[in-house]
Design a binder for this molecule. Structure first.
Ligand code: DLL
Length: 433
């Protein structure tokens, strides 16, 4: 097994606890002295930095929310003078102001380090050709993967997102071995490849590092089969550092968190109580090495669970399960909680259709309606109407069983659902509430 930094990735729990405790204590002191926002919050909660002596004490600290970053826009939570900041990124989000994040030189070094671990998990090394089709710019995907890829000595192909035909030409001509992009874009590339008559054997592609949006294991299977690769799930968020927070290893059984930099907790989003390993809840991160923008108990809104058992790959770092959705992505349809990921799983497990779908939610009278548009495959498209109706019925039944509410299923012609080159948008909520 290849590791980038075996010392930390395979550290015993006792040692890791020691490392985390020291770094946590330092971080709390630093934010208390350097960031008025944290000082005031801690004072209000009656906590002094000296009250934080162990990892258990973390629970005494107040949470930080995305709204706090917005309220202090743009630089209010930075913990160093602006002259120390060497890079700024921002995430747009769907509502409200941008969230601005800043990195010191050491933060960029940490970021390259954790991304080097991620890429090593995917089998990357100095012989790899890594095509980075995440967007470059304020989004952390492009540059985040870029610095990690350079750190491991790979040959970096910084193509950014878009221009799919060119992506494929380059993948073939330059001998790309690792592709980095969103899973929805990887699927789109696979589709274009088939269209252009490029076969898997024309490519040297071995692995992909896909993330930045939720995706099911069904979608993973599709990508792996169609591109002939191992597809690794990678997780991160701009506020915490960007990509590199956690990554699957070749065993694909949860994402190892770079725990020497980020302490995870899982909480019940309503009661805010910390949940034991294995329970699904909201992921919360505390950064313990970041200088520019340290975050204490940052509420990610992402739903996951933690597993502290040792992984077969030899890494001891805690694993987070695939993100099944966000607390704020959750749709409430006729009072029932529905996650788009549940619908994706049903569609892909049935495997009767193409893996492209769109959810349309509306309100007719006082009743919410859910319409699921799914693309037919080219073969189905030439089938008789009766066959198509049979499949619609089958999907509807399966969805009702899983979600507990009825849905209208509409099979649409191939290639009618918009493809994405970045994060996919799969929900249109027309309700005015
Ligand atoms: O998406 C960072 C990133 C870039 C991660 C490239 C992986 C690869 P943001 O734009 O700030 O940062 O969005 C963060 O995206 O809170 C999750 O909701 C979602 N997300 C990121 N990775 C995954 C994943 C980047 N592997 C938000 N599975 C996070 C599910 C993910 N959701």
């Amino acid at each position: 097994m290849q590791y980038w930094n075996q010392t930390y990735e395979c550290m015993s729990r006792e040692e890791m606890t020691r490392v985390q405790t020291d770094r946590l204590i330092n971080t709390v002191k630093r934010v208390y002295h350097n960031v008025p926002f944290y000082r005031e919050k801690m004072q209000k909660a009656g906590i002094e930095p000296s009250d934080i002596r162990s990892l258990e004490d973390l629970q005494k600290l107040p949470f930080t929310y995305k709204q706090d970053l917005r309220d202090t826009y743009p630089y209010g939570l930075f913990a160093v003078p602006l002259s120390e900041i060497v890079r700024i990124h921002a995430s747009s989000g769907t509502t409200g102001r941008q969230t601005v994040v800043g990195y010191t030189r050491r933060d960029l070094d940490t970021w390259a380090e954790v991304m080097a671990r991620t890429l090593t998990c995917a089998g990357g090394d100095k012989n790899s050709f890594i095509q980075i089709a995440y967007g470059y710019g304020l989004f952390t995907g492009g540059l985040g993967v870029h610095y990690g890829a350079e750190r491991i000595g790979a040959s970096v192909i910084p193509i950014s997102g878009g221009n799919t035909k060119r992506q494929l030409q380059i993948m073939k001509d330059f001998g790309t071995t690792i592709l980095a992009c969103t899973p929805s874009y990887a699927l789109y590339m696979a589709e274009e490849m088939e269209e252009l008559g490029i076969s898997r054997s024309d490519l040297k592609l071995k692995a992909g590092v896909f993330g930045a949006e939720p995706w099911s294991n069904g979608m993973r299977k599709q990508i792996e089969e169609r591109l002939g690769i191992m597809a690794i799930d990678i997780y991160g968020l701009s506020e915490v550092i960007g990509p590199g927070v956690a990554s699957e290893c070749p065993y694909q059984c949860g994402m190892h968190i770079a725990e020497d930099h980020f302490i995870p907790e899982i909480i019940n989003p309503e009661t805010k109580e910390v949940l034991p390993p294995g329970s699904v809840g909201e992921l919360v991160f505390t950064t313990i090495t970041k200088e520019g923008l340290p975050l204490i108990r940052y509420r990610t809104r992402d739903l996951s669970s933690l597993n502290y058992e040792k992984c077969e790959c030899g890494r001891t770092e805690v694993r987070m399960s695939k993100v099944t959705g966000r607390t704020d992505d959750m749709l409430i349809i006729r009072g029932v909680n529905v996650f788009p990921s549940q619908i994706e799983s049903v569609l892909l497990e049935l495997g009767e259709t193409a893996p492209h779908y769109l959810l349309i939610i509306d309100r007719v009278g006082n009743l919410d309606t859910l319409e699921v548009w799914v693309e037919m495959t080219q073969n189905m498209f030439s089938d008789e109407v009766k066959c198509i109706e049979d499949i619609e019925r089958k999907i509807r039944k399966e969805l009702e069983g899983t979600l507990g509410i009825s849905a209208k299923v509409k099979l649409v012609e191939p290639k009618t659902i918009e493809r994405s080159e970045g994060k996919a948008k799969r929900v249109i909520d027309k309700r005015n509430i």
